[in-house]
Design a binder for this molecule. Sequence first.
Ligand SMILES: O=C(O)[C@H](O)[C@H](O)COP(=O)(O)O
Ligand SMILES: [Mg+2]
Length: 352
Amino acid sequence: MYSNTLRTDADYEALLARFNTFLFDCDGNLPRLSLPISRPEPPSFHIPPPCRFVGVLWHGNRVIPGVPEAMNLLRSKGKQLLFVTNNSSVSRAAYSKKFAKLGIEAHVVRLLPARFPPFLPPRRHRSKLTREQDEMFSSAYAAAVYLKKVVGFPPEKKVYIIGQSGIQEELTAEGIQHSGAGDDNENMREMEFASLEPDPAVGAVLCGIDFHINYKKYAKAHAYLTRNPGCLFLLTNNDSTFPTEIGLFPGAGAISSALVTSTGRQPDAILGKPNQTMMDCIIARYHLDLATTLMVGDRLDTDIDFGNRGGLATLAVLTGVTTEAEIADPSQKIRPTFVMKSWGDLAKLSEN
Ligand SMILES: O=C(O)[C@H](O)[C@H](O)COP(=O)(O)O
Ligand SMILES: [Mg+2]
């Protein structure tokens, strides 16, 4: 048993009294990605064998019992909620659809479509949220802000993307030109190397989770990274695995490792959890008081390490990738401040 496992109403009340801002991990699955659930919703909440939940808030297309009520309780007490995901496959706006579908209130800015021409969008496309009201942070957004604000990426240069629409839309929203991603989903024909002539405008390769990865994308990224040593090599995140409702599959880190092998280069920056670039963005954007901010996640090597390194208290839930035995293991180097069986357990307080 871990020394600081919360289980009683008094434990939960003390947690709410101590913290004002709650950062939540979200987890991989999204509507278009999770496997279609053909059977009708079972009357009771049934966890299909052989896997457990895969996260903090939801399990595939099903919200973890008690989570919406627990989140409403936090909002009723005036707490600040932020959602932080390493999943770069879709934009933050797409996440807002998932939250709505699962009954979790989340204030997420709406982005322009990836192909939107670079002029002022019509009113219907402009988000009504201010940046401070936006509650969603993704590794794709962190990468776009890093390129814009930290690198000062030249407007005439392009980013070659191994990844999906999430990265395209976040780069477009920051006015950064890009190529690759879905444009290269169709693999090259045998030995058609002449067609891979690199685009001289490319000044960075940005790699994230890509469910349509192929040799053409790897060949183009390899060419950019080896022919021009000045070409930046950036990862949205390097999670080893991607969590789904039927288990773990290769993650963004597995996708980018092929480029590390072929180019002999290490990434110049990795933007997602547990790396602190995203944490620095969040702390600066929301002027967080670290003493009253809690990071809630299910993975020790990303969520909990992210919070620990950022100087936050951390809470590991047991509805995801990490088990209590792993946390309690004396050799475990990444230790959360607290452990809870499920974040949904907090809903009990709203019944009082
Ligand atoms: O491989 C990945 O990209 C990650 O496993 C995945 O997206 C994690 O998402 P998070 O748990 O940070 O919401
Ligand atoms: Mg997670």
